[in-house]
Design a protein around this ligand. Structure first.
Ligand code: NAD
Ligand code: WQD
Length: 351
């Protein structure tokens, strides 16, 4: 019988790609999402892309903090594990509205952990972030590197990790994997699902893609005086399909009785390669054939200079390694943008 996975935040960018990979891998997928930052159309497309596996996807629209609704769901279905994506993720907004971030990201996680425990479901994959490495003094970042928070969003990830560690310490029958994602970009190669942020994009590649389709006049490059090869910031960009596959690898580790799994483990999901802003723009221009006008500007407050992952632990213990490079990331990002210049719901676009 196929394993049943609850995917919180499954209508969003990473969640929808992971839901698809799960379905294709033979899992039953139940998504809970309040559609606060997503569209249900993503899940309709996931079901289409999954073809014969499409009927194994179901969707429940409610807020994770709605404990009675979550209780009812757990009472009606037995889940083998949960992948917890649901959360708010805009760093700048978290500085303006910290309480909303603490409420959504922390209370959502607390309610989830509580309801899981009371229904005996104790396998969890938690979405953490490279943001917990702050401004790293040493790169690549290993899972043992010092962690800190630079903003309220980052603090919700740190606290989320700590809550998971404490829950495991209090009850060793839990199995939890904390995944620290580096910079997810790209889209499914079909071009049918991708990143569709509401409002002005905060992240580099969604902004680049909107310039390419004519929604914005130019990309502002934040910082040209870093001590890097071309003066711009360096990050570890990872194809979202590779990232989605990393979740399957984590589930395998949690579910396979022959695999030794310590109670609460953390893994980086990155490629181990650093790419500058200008290198990424050049790769995107090549993939799209579009010129991206640039406006050179000062550093964005709170930005680190160079961040990239050590990938050894995930390679050795999850048997997972990213397959795609920046050319494939840009090819698939452009394919998504070109097919869906205004995202899933063009009429609802806030441009
Ligand atoms: P996203 O906004 O596309 O997806 C998050 C989903 O969660 C959305 O569909 C949203 O509607 C839903 N959601 C939010 N709060 C909810 C709530 N209280 N109840 C139910 N649903 C809720 O974001 P994403 O890029 O797919 O990120 C997924 C997770 O990965 C997040 O936890 C994020 O912090 C983390 N993460 C993202 C990145 C990134 O750069 N995209 C990097 C590191 C970590
Ligand atoms: C990448 C590079 C910018 C936009 C953020 C969050 C982090 C994680 C991933 C969730 C930097 C530059 C960007 C633009 C630019 N999310 N840039 N012009 O800052 O590494 O990480 O997303 O967990 O928490 O902080 O990603 O895509 O915003 O920036 O020049 O319009 O692109 O300065 O060097 P970042 P990013």
């Amino acid at each position: 019988m196929s394993l049943s996975i609850l995917v919180t935040g499954g209508a969003g960018y990473i969640g929808s790609h992971t839901a698809l990979q799960l379905l294709l891998g033979g899992y039953k997928v139940v998504v809970v999402d309040n559609l606060d930052n997503s569209s249900q159309i993503s899940l309709e497309r996931v079901a289409q892309l999954a073809q014969d596996h499409g009927p194994n996807l179901s969707f429940h629209k409610f807020d994770l903090r709605d404990k009675p609704a979550l209780e009812e769901l757990f009472a009606s279905e037995k889940f083998d594990a949960v992948i917890h994506f649901a959360g708010l993720k805009a760093v700048g907004e978290s500085v303006q509205k910290p309480v909303i971030y603490y409420d959504n990201n922390l209370i959502g996680t607390i309610v989830l952990l509580d309801v899981m425990a009371s229904h005996g479901c104790k396998k969890l994959v938690f979405s953490s972030s490279a943001t917990v490495y702050g401004w790293p003094k040493v790169v690549p970042c290993t899972e043992e590197s010092p962690i800190c928070a630079m903003n309220p969003y980052g603090r919700t990830k740190l606290f989320g990790e700590e809550m998971c560690r404490d829950v495991y310490k209090s009850d060793s029958t839990w199995k939890i994997i904390l995944l620290r994602y580096f910079n997810p970009v790209g889209a499914h190669p079909s071009g049918a699902i991708g990143d569709d942020p509401r409002g002005i994009p905060n992240n580099l590649m969604p902004f680049v893609q909107q310039v390419a389709v004519g929604r914005r006049p130019a990309l502002t490059v934040y910082g040209t005086d870093y001590g890097t090869k071309d003066g711009t910031g360096i990050r570890d960009y990872i194809h979202v399909v590779d990232l989605a596959d990393g979740h399957i690898a984590a589930l395998n580790k949690l579910s396979d009785p022959s695999v030794v799994c310590t109670g609460c483990e953390v893994y980086n999901l990155g490629t181990g390669k650093g790419t500058s802003v200008l290198e990424m723009v050049t790769a995107f221009e090549k993939a799209s054939g579009k010129k991206i006008p640039l406006v050179m500007a000062g550093r964005r407050p709170g930005d680190a200079e160079v961040v990239y992952a050590s990938t050894e632990k995930a390679e050795q213990e999850l048997n997972w390694k990213a397959k795609y490079g920046i050319d494939e990331m840009c090819r698939d990002q452009w394919n998504w943008a070109n097919n869906n210049p205004y995202g899933y719901e063009p009429c609802a676009s806030t441009d």
